[in-house]
Each structure stands twice: as structure tokens, then as C-alpha cells.
Write a protein that binds this ligand. Structure first.
Ligand code: HEM
Length: 500
């Protein structure tokens, strides 16, 4: 076959990784968070298992390390044009996992793309991907399954216009915006904006911490064929997160291999209200100051101190050295010699957020089916002085803050939706304990379809584990979301594009 010079040049450019002049990483790297594998480590681990890291979109396996990330939700208005531009123009910009593992292969802005079921429908893709939650969309049954009050939803998420999302990640918002313009130029009017949300790591010493102040992203599962496990980190099959890989038991169309379902949630955080609650309900450890007793209550609700130190290992006093050491900060499982796991809450409350969402040795054998890779990022500004003074979040939309929550899994009903419905929102979970734990004090919702229904977790007061501390308000409010499919690069090329 003879190639004309022009088509040879087009093909050559398409094969290049996105041009990079990087000398600094586009990711953040707080000490508490597990390091990503080096390119060599990942190459040898993936070779053993047969994972193709150049085919898997970069956001799926790297966790909560984004610095700035724009979620650009779009509607496809010209499917034929979109499909032709996707293969010729967008595919060369899509960032696979392999490119993110070393600074000198990172692009200026990492570009990932994912589609809702409505988006696949719009493209004329009729295959069933084998996930009913994805097929039905997040709005379906959301009140009964997730507990959201849908009147709090962003109208865009409640409507029918979200066909897909671009995830644009870099170290500056200027880079992100420049890449968004580039993407829009390439797509040439075939999409319109449905909604967007700008995520950003918090400033200064708060980098890596979510808006309540806690270090986030410490505990994600280690994935066989990608990461080297740290002490205490559970090692799980890649098929729990990537379709068609070992451990994914559902039958899928072959092109879906190496894709992942992305559960997106815009979770508003009422930070001043949370802080006021901690002060008003501070614990009463006589060896601690009032401020420390307020901090202790927050740490017990979360299951970690703001530093990231797990309360299971540091029950009454924070341990910043332990917190900053990934060899130690995830190495716990709620068992302690001489203590009965069915009654002991002197270490970690049964209701703590991290325990409700990953009960570790509370389940015997340890659960291997209900796990997610968290890849979210905070959004919105810091709390203002006026909000701090009033203990009330501003109603000004430009001051809304929270977590742009992202969870990857190969089965949403076993992953994000399971964790939210069956564990966080279930007052009796963790089962078999001497005192019923109550609903997750951070993300749980006490009413189906209704916000701010009082929650009554037990175990928060170590001096009296049966004591109920009533929480009359939700500190996390769901503003809605959608389920997406993040396809492999080869699926983008061979199935989703036209004329590739
Ligand atoms: C605004 C909402 C949320 C906040 C502020 C929040 C905060 C945190 C923090 C600070 C940690 C501890 C750090 C770490 O282990 O990485 C954590 C862990 C975790 N969160 Fe959340 N989270 C939120 C929403 C959710 C949701 C919606 C889910 C799932 C339904 C979830 C599932 C988890 C899981 C699985 C862990 C790891 C637990 C472990 O392995 O020990 N989180 N979260």
C-alpha cells in the first residue's frame, strides 16, 4: 500500500504522544499518598498480567492526585461529525496510563473522555455493556438507592443532555482552558456544553486535603498488574475496575475491554456547619483541650485525623509522622490483641466513614467484591471569613465548595452504588456489632429522597460507645451526577470513531 506524503504526515502526527515540554509533574504528590509506580515498575507488573497501560485511559488507575481538573459535560449535536473528529483529532490527545507515570512523558494537559448511555445511544452504539446502573443513568431510582433529594440536583444532571464528559487535568487552569479550546476547535461544533465543574487541589498546606480538612486519597486498592502493594493495602484483580480483565465475570462486547465505569457525583460540603457541629458536640476527654476534643470528634467521624493518621492506630492524639508515611498509614484492620472486634470502639468507631466504606477485617473473609478506585478532586473556593463567622455556608453559587467525586469500577451496583446504599446509608452495617453503628456521619443520608433527616451514629464517644450523637443536618449534599463509561483508546479508535 502506498501512502501519500500528506496522509503519512497525518498518521505520523497521530502516533505521537501529545507534545510535552514538561519538567514538573501535572500531578500533586503529598507525602501521605501512595506513590505511583514508575514507568518501569508498571511496565513489568503489567507485562506479567497482560494489562495494556497504553490502552487504558490515564485517570482510571492513578487515584486522587489531580492538581486542576475540569469536568466538561457535553451534548453531542452532530453525531457523524463528532465521530469523525473523535478518531482523527481527539484520539491523539487522549492520555493513557503509561504517559502519566513519568514527568517527561506527561502531556501539558491530560485529556480523558467518557460517555453516558445516552451518549452511546446518540452515537448509534447499541451494544449492552452489561451494567444496569450505567444503562439506566444515575437519575434512575436515585432517591431510593442513593438517598438524594433530587431538588438539590443541578438541572443539567437531572435532564437528558449529558452525553459525555471530558476530564482535563493539568497543573494550571490556563493549560486546562487552552486544551478545552483546542478540543472544541477540533470537534468543530459537533458538541455543546451541558455543564462544567472546575476542580482544584486546595492551596498551600491543604493540598491533598478535602474541604473538611482531611487528607484524602490515601487508601485506594492496589491493582494486580499495576501497583506494588503497600502494607495494609488490599490487592485486587484488575477486572474489578477494568472490563474484560481477570476478575470481571460479566459478559461484555469485546470492544469494552479495558474500559471502566466512572461514577461522577458533585458532592457539596457544608464546611462551616460541619466545623460548628464539631465545636458544639466536642468530646470530653479530660486530657485534651476543647479544640482538641472537637478535632477528636471529627477524626472519629471520618476514621482518620486531618493529617491522614488512622484513628485505629492513633485513637486519641494525632500522629503526623505516621500520617505522612505510606508504609504505615494504611496498615490497620481494626483488630487489636486483647480487644473484641464486635465491641471495641476505643480505637475506631464502627460508624466512621472509612470503616463503613471499607470494613477490612470486620468482614470475614475480607470483602473482595465491593471496591472502587477514587479519583476525585475538591471544587470551589476556601471558606470565607463571613461564612466562618456565621457558621453557615453562603448561598452564593460561586462560593459552593465540595468534592467532585469520581469512582471507577467494572460494576456500579457492586461499586459506588453498593457502598453508598448498602453500607454508608444502612444504619445496621457493619453487621454483628454489639451496638448498631448507625448511618455514615460524613456521606450517609438518613432519609430516602430527603436531605437533612437526623442521623444517629453510635460509637463516636469513646467513653460511652452506646451514646448517640444526633446529627440533624447533612454536611455533604448531593448536587447530582451521572454514570459514564471510560473506553479504552482502541475502543475510541475502532468502535466509537468513524472512518478510523
Ligand atoms: C464529600 C464527600 C466525601 C468526603 C469529604 C470524603 C472523605 C474521605 C476521606 C478524608 C477519606 C480518608 C482518606 C483515605 O483513606 O483516602 C475517605 C476514604 C474513603 N472514602 Fe470518602 N469521602 C467522601 C465521599 C465518599 C463517597 C461518596 C464514597 C463512596 C460511596 C466514599 C468512599 C470512600 C472509601 C472507599 C474510602 C477509603 C476507605 C479505606 O479504604 O479505608 N467517600 N473519604
Amino acid at each position: 500500500m502506498k501512502l501519500s506524503l500528506a496522509s503519512f504526515l497525518v498518521a505520523a502526527v497521530a502516533l505521537q504522544p501529545a507534545l510535552s515540554v514538561r519538567t514538573n509533574s501535572l500531578l500533586i504528590d503529598p507525602a501521605a499518598l501512595p506513590a505511583l509506580p514508575s514507568a518501569q515498575q508498571a511496565a513489568s507488573a503489567s507485562a506479567d498480567v497482560g494489562l495494556n497501560l497504553t490502552n487504558i485511559q490515564g485517570d482510571i488507575l492513578i487515584g486522587m492526585k489531580k492538581n486542576k481538573e475540569l469536568f466538561f459535560f457535553f451534548t453531542i449535536v452532530n453525531p457523524t461529525l463528532f465521530r469523525s473528529q473523535l478518531g482523527s483529532g481527539i484520539l491523539p490527545l487522549i492520555t493513557p496510563t503509561s504517559q502519566l507515570l513519568a514527568v517527561d512523558t506527561q502531556p501539558t494537559t491530560a485529556v480523558n473522555i467518557a460517555f453516558s448511555q445516552r451518549g452511546l445511544n446518540a452515537l448509534g452504539i447499541t451494544d449492552d455493556l452489561g451494567d444496569t446502573a450505567f444503562t439506566n443513568g444515575q437519575i434512575d431510582n436515585v432517591a431510593t438507592i442513593l438517598g438524594d433529594e433530587t431538588s438539590n440536583w443541578e438541572p443539567a444532571f437531572a435532564g437528558t443532555g449529558i452525553h459525555g464528559v471530558f476530564l482535563l487535568a493539568s497543573d494550571t487552569i490556563d493549560n486546562v482552558n487552552a486544551t478545552l479550546s483546542q478540543v472544541q476547535n477540533i470537534l468543530n461544533g459537533s458538541i455543546t456544553e451541558a455543564y462544567s465543574l472546575q476542580g482544584q487541589a486546595r492551596p498551600g498546606d491543604e493540598q491533598g486535603h478535602e474541604h473538611f480538612g482531611f487528607m484524602d486519597g490515601i487508601s485506594n486498592p492496589a491493582v494486580t498488574g499495576f501497583s506494588t502493594p503497600l502494607p495494609g493495602q488490599q490487592v485486587l484483580d484488575p477486572g474489578l475496575f477494568l472490563l474484560g480483565e481477570s476478575g470481571d465475570l460479566v459478559s461484555r462486547p469485546s470492544w469494552a475491554k479495558d474500559g471502566s465505569f466512572l461514577a461522577f457525583r458533585q458532592l457539596q460540603q457544608r464546611v462551616p456547619e460541619f466545623n460548628a457541629f464539631l465545636v458544639d458536640n466536642a468530646l470530653s476527654n479530660p486530657n485534651l483541650t476543647a479544640d482538641q476534643n472537637a478535632e477528636l470528634l471529627g477524626a472519629r467521624m471520618m476514621g482518620r485525623w486531618k493529617s491522614g493518621a488512622p484513628v485505629d492506630l492513633a485513637p486519641t492524639v494525632d500522629d503526623p509522622v505516621l500520617a505522612a508515611d505510606p508504609q504505615q498509614n494504611n496498615n490497620f484492620n481494626y483488630t487489636h490483641p486483647g480487644f473484641d472486634e464486635a465491641t471495641d470502639q476505643t480505637h475506631c468507631p464502627f460508624s466512621a466513614h472509612v470503616r463503613k466504606t471499607n470494613p477490612r477485617s470486620d468482614l470475614n473473609p475480607e470483602d473482595t467484591a465491593n471496591h472502587i478506585i477514587r479519583a476525585g478532586i475538591p471544587y470551589g473556593p476556601e471558606v470565607t471569613d463571613a461564612e466562618n463567622a456565621s457558621n453557615v455556608s453562603s448561598t452564593d453559587p460561586s462560593l459552593e465548595r465540595g468534592l467532585a467525586f469520581v469512582a471507577y469500577q467494572s460494576d456500579i451496583n457492586n461499586g459506588f452504588a453498593f457502598l453508598q446504599q448498602n453500607w454508608a446509608n444502612n444504619a445496621n452495617f457493619i453487621f454483628g456489632k454489639a451496638t448498631p453503628p448507625g448511618i455514615d456521619p460524613i456521606i450517609g443520608t438518613g432519609g430516602l429522597g430527603q436531605a437533612d433527616v437526623p442521623r444517629t451514629p453510635s460509637g463516636l464517644d469513646p467513653s460511652d460507645p452506646t451514646r448517640i450523637i444526633t446529627i440533624n443536618q447533612d454536611f455533604v449534599v448531593s448536587r447530582g451526577g451521572e454514570y459514564f463509561f471510560s473506553p479504552s483508546l482502541s475502543a475510541i479508535q475502532n468502535t466509537l470513531s468513524l472512518g478510523a
